[in-house]
Design a protein around this ligand. Structure first.
Ligand code: NAD
Length: 259
């Protein structure tokens, strides 16, 4: 891949919490490919982290966005429109489920816990895509990439409501891809193998999931955030121009195994 394949394009990256975030690896890769980037932070607690990381990029724009807040989402896209007048790509890396939902049996998931996980982890893609689409149309098209996990299709201990949210997210990818395709806007997901990040630290027994991948994946190892980012960058850039509605597994091949 040419390292300048995103030159001149404008990208919005949601989901950077710290240097271990998958979204940060994607932002760094996009920055290296000369994209102009808007990074968001979820709340004041994370703002400093994101600003500090963004300092490694060229002329980054850093703005707040809690994806449960429609006013903040509207303000974010208004700011992008004012500053750039277009958007070429969107990276969606926000996900959340409360601790109870990830620790107690799935059958005990509360209505509140279910709605919160689905709101932040799945609906937010729809809310963001709706605002991104007009700005991408101004650019002649665009590419949206979200991040998923195999727990959308298979049962992993303690993944629980997050698996259900990822199933909704992947299905949303297909519906959005179908509707936005005529505007030359592509929508895809990268389904990453397990990586120790802030979000992963909420999953009890995560270390044993990592070990299972090392033991069973065809490549006999786990993956890192740069490897996930490379796949995302392929989908974001011109090399992925004919791919939409896809869930690309980047997991060392773990998902093909029966046992
Ligand atoms: P992370 O904790 O670095 O990223 C999760 C992000 O979600 C954080 O930046 C957090 O601020 C953001 N977020 C949570 N609630 C939000 C809200 N209300 N508004 C805005 N942002 C909010 O962890 P990560 O592992 O890099 O996760 C990124 C994505 O990758 C998630 O969708 C996650 O499910 C997915 N993923 C992770 C793994 C893994 O093993 N780490 C595997 C497959 C998929």
């Amino acid at each position: 891949m040419s390292v300048s394949s995103l030159a001149g394009s404008v990208g919005l990256v949601i989901g950077v919490a710290n240097k271990r975030s998958i979204a940060w690896a994607i932002a760094r890769g996009a920055g290296a490919r000369q994209a102009r980037l808007v990074l968001t932070y979820q709340n004041d607690r994370l703002a400093e982290n994101v600003r500090e990381l963004a300092g490694q990029l060229t002329e980054p724009v850093v703005l707040p966005c809690d994806v449960t807040d429609d006013d903040q989402i509207d303000a974010l896209f208004a700011a992008i429109d004012e500053r750039f007048g277009r958007l070429d790509f969107l990276v969606h890396g926000a996900a959340y489920a409360d601790q109870d939902s990830l620790k107690r049996p799935y059958v005990e998931t509360t209505r509140e816990g279910f709605l919160k996980a689905l709101d932040i982890s799945a609906y937010s893609l729809v809310a963001l895509a709706r605002r991104a689409a007009p700005l991408m149309e101004k650019a002649g098209g665009g590419s949206i990439v979200t991040l998923s996990y195999l727990g959308s299709q298979r049962v992993f201990p303690n993944y629980n409501v997050m698996g259900v949210a990822k199933a909704a997210l992947e299905c949303s990818v297909r519906y959005l891809a179908s509707e936005l395709g005529p505007s030359n806007i592509r929508v895809n997901a990268v389904s990453a193998g397990p990586i120790k990040t802030l979000a992963a630290s909420g999953i009890a027994g995560f270390s044993s999931i990592l070990q299972t991948y090392r033991d069973r994946a065809p490549l006999r190892r786990t993956v890192d955030t740069d490897e996930v980012a490379d796949a995302a960058l392929f989908l974001l850039g011109p090399e992925g121009r004919a791919v939409t509605g896809e869930v690309l597994l980047v997991d060392g091949g773990y998902h093909i195994m029966g046992l």
